[in-house]
Design a protein around this ligand. Structure first.
Ligand code: HEC
Length: 184
């Protein structure tokens, strides 16, 4: 009898442990979803800040521009990628199931985002006073883009283009990833 009671106790213990572990794991998954969604919102706010300065260059402030670029830089690339490695997503996530299958493509878009953010940071450092004409796109300047056009080919090309151009390609990078990897 005694043995059975102990065995039952152990069974209950194992059962409770399993429940607690499942709860801990699913709350970790929810945490990562909350973090990556908060990061995305922070990047959206930063992009809005930069966009406002290109729309009205008199509002340009190098330190705010740089801070916004760094907000995106610090939440893209590998930082963004590692928030999307687990299949144990909670239900309130809009992350596409294809992220795991198309890992390289996802990571490469995340890295492009970071490259553009780094270029914008450099532009702010090179233009501490006013927003220079060299930061702006010339009227009618070819935008490039298209489905594969947002990929950063090399650093020289990136640093040679006006910051405004890099910014537009950055926004296309957001859109490209969402179209492919975010569910409606
Ligand atoms: C490499 C892919 C990728 C890139 C690049 C990317 N996103 Fe996202 N974004 C996602 C995915 C996937 C989700 C859905 C996340 C979830 O629900 O867990 C998302 C969600 C969002 C959300 C909704 C967050 C919420 O609260 O639910 C916003 C806003 C957003 N992204 C803005 C941006 C902006 C702005 C950029 C560019 C500066 C950007 N994203 C770049 C993949 C990306």
């Amino acid at each position: 009898m005694r043995l059975t009671a102990d065995a039952n106790k152990f069974g209950l213990f194992a059962f409770m442990t399993a429940i607690l572990m499942t709860a801990a794991m699913s709350s970790a998954a929810e945490d990562v979803v909350a973090i990556r969604q908060a990061d995305m919102k922070a990047m959206a706010a930063a992009a809005k800040t930069i966009s406002g300065m290109f729309k009205d260059p008199t509002t340009y402030k190098a330190n705010e521009f740089k801070w916004a670029a760094d907000t995106i830089r610090d939440r893209s690339g590998g930082v963004l990628s590692v928030h999307f490695v687990s299949e144990a997503d909670s239900r309130q996530s809009k992350a596409g199931p294809n992220i795991l299958k198309e890992r390289e493509r996802f990571d490469s878009i995340a890295n492009d985002l970071r490259d553009y953010a780094v270029a914008l940071d450099a532009a702010a450092q090179n233009n501490p006073g006013q927003m220079s004409a060299s930061m702006r796109m010339k009227p009618g300047e070819a935008m490039g883009g298209g489905p594969l056009g947002t990929h950063v080919r090399n650093e020289q090309e990136l640093l040679a283009m006006p910051a405004e151009h890099a910014f537009h390609l950055m926004l296309q990078t957001c859109t490209t990833c969402h179209a492919k990897f975010r569910m409606e």
